[in-house]
Design a protein around this ligand. Structure first.
Ligand SMILES: NC(=O)c1ccc[n+]([C@@H]2O[C@H](COP(=O)([O-])OP(=O)(O)OC[C@H]3O[C@@H](n4cnc5c(N)ncnc54)[C@H](OP(=O)(O)O)[C@@H]3O)[C@@H](O)[C@H]2O)c1
Length: 470
């Protein structure tokens, strides 16, 4: 088996197993290695059915079984595990070999590892992969970043195993350095916002409109036929339809309302704050998950804080079309904010990311695949240098058509005691970005009054300070 495998996969949890099978199904010879040998054995026993996959039980054996230059994909837990695996691999690698990290690593870690390996003549790519278990097996969306030379070593392989859309394979070079992981991080932040928006309209239908779970599922199914056609819309419907085999009730109604997170949404929010890019809808989706964790506190406060909590007087029919418009607004605002963040990050970190290509790669295979992506790509291509989409007349028209409906939903939600932070921030984002005059003048005046922080004037250039309190 020496030197015969075209690709090596390290880490055989959910993603590694399915990607290894995907490579093999596409005709590539694969060598697999996992720290715990029992997992490798179980994989071969339970899932490998004659595909060209060979196991290695030591790192030495793994390095020996790969063609030179080696191509290795790490699919281990993000964080210190990636460094530990690289450390173990290093003595067995040679200059010219390529290591790819396909996990959800932080883009700054990716840049550090790239430098670390470059010093030893070894190439490194940070590869964002989206699509979960099924995507990994049948065709994920792949976002590789690093040097173009390193990408050229695996382009043919990655584009073969990626999801295929009408616009080509859902894998493209995302730019230099940590660009691949940065793009994946923004993808996840948009995913958080989209899911938060879905959760909010579900809450509105349940609480404000008093709709049963089945009817809510039906509504998502209907919406999935229109502009909201998206993996997450369809998934919401399917999850809502699922009945608990034990109780016969919709399982979703039995699930504890505390949302978990693994870090990519938070990293996106942190990066946006550092770069000075306003991404309120992406950020609030992270905060909403955090807030959900305080269940005991919420119960205690809720018991002592009366609020109408009543159903809205509107008929479901009237409210549902507004609600559909409102969710569309959340989705459009989330993409606009995410693309702005990508623009600024690409400039600040010199990634050279082509956002039209990003949108093309998100067309299929990934969690945020949605009908809107084709339109968004056209908008970005109108002027690729525009930071966000709001400079486009076509994009603004889509927002404008939905803003009043969002406002009506927000008013009713308030009366019904339904919090809608993603929708509120989406609407506020649009309202703020269309205001040439914001009240930041008063903030500047106060800053100058208490801290002599100075201010600029509308009517003449320069920096001014006033003794306000004399
Ligand atoms: N699950 C998804 O849907 C999904 C989607 C996209 C991206 N990702 C990302 O893809 C990566 C893999 O995800 P996953 O869900 O398949 O697996 P995971 O649960 O994140 O990680 C488990 C794998 O990491 C290995 N590992 C952990 N610590 C290690 C160490 N110190 N040294 C060597 N190996 C170590 C484990 O080996 P042992 O068997 O020896 O413990 C196992 O193979 C993660 O970065 C994840 O965030 C996941």
């Amino acid at each position: 088996m020496d030197r015969s495998s075209e690709i090596g996969v390290v880490g055989l949890a959910v993603m590694g197993q399915n990607l290894a099978l995907n490579f093999a199904r596409n005709g590539f010879r694969v060598c697999v290695y996992n720290r715990t040998p029992e997992r490798t054995e179980a994989f071969l026993r339970d899932r490998v059915r004659g595909e060209p996959i060979v196991p290695a039980y030591t790192i030495e054996e793994f390095a020996r079984c790969l063609e030179r230059p080696r191509r290795i994909l790490l699919m281990v837990q993000a964080g210190p595990a990636v460094d530990q695996v690289i450390e173990a691999l290093l003595p067995h690698l040679e200059p010219g070999d390529l290591v790819m990290d396909g996990g959800n690593s932080h883009y700054a870690d990716t840049e550090r590892r790239m430098q670390w390996l470059a010093d030893r003549g070894i190439r490194f790519l940070g590869v964002g992969i989206s699509g979960g278990e099924k995507g990994a097996l049948l065709g994920p969306s792949i976002m590789p970043g690093g040097s173009p030379e390193a990408y050229a070593m695996v382009e043919a392989m990655l584009t073969r195993i990626a999801a295929q859309s009408e616009e080509g394979p859902c894998c493209a070079y995302m730019g230099r350095g940590g660009a691949g992981h940065y793009v994946k991080m923004v993808h996840n932040a948009i995913e958080y916002a989209f899911m938060q928006g879905i959760a909010e309209v579900y809450d509105f239908m349940k609480t404000a409109l008093g709709m049963p779970t089945e009817a809510i599922a039906e509504t998502f199914e209907r919406w999935n036929e229109g502009t909201l056609n998206a993996f997450l819309t369809e998934l919401a419907a399917r999850v809502l339809r699922y009945r608990d085999p034990e109780t016969g009730d919709p399982l979703v109604e039995r699930i504890l309302d505390k949302a978990e997170q693994k870090g990519t949404g938070r990293w996106a929010a942190q990066s946006a704050l550092e770069l000075g890019v306003p991404t309120p809808t992406l950020t609030v989706a992270v905060l909403a998950r955090t807030l959900s964790h305080f269940k005991a506190d919420r119960e205690r406060i809720g018991a002592a804080f009366p609020w109408p909590d009543r159903r809205t007087p509107s008929s479901p029919e009237a409210a549902l079309s507004d609600l559909e418009a409102a969710l569309n607004l959340v989705v459009l605002a989330a993409f606009s904010q995410g693309l702005w963040l990508l623009h600024e990050a690409s400039r600040a970190y010199r990634y050279g990311t082509d956002r039209a290509e990003v949108l093309r790669v998100w067309r299929a295979g990934c969690i945020i695949r949605a009908r809107w992506l084709g339109f968004l790509r056209e908008v970005v291509r109108e002027d690729p240098e525009d930071p966000h989409l709001l400079f486009s007349a076509r994009f603004r028209a889509e927002l404008q058509a939905r803003l009043s409906a969002a406002g009506r939903i927000l008013r009713e939600a308030f009366e019904a005691g339904v919090p809608m932070p993603a929708l509120s921030t989406a609407a506020d984002y649009v309202l703020s970005m269309r205001r040439s005059q914001l009240p930041a003048n008063l903030i500047q005046a106060q800053r100058d009054a208490f801290g002599a922080h100075t201010y600029e004037r509308l009517d003449r250039p320069g920096v001014f300070h006033t003794e306000w309190l004399d």
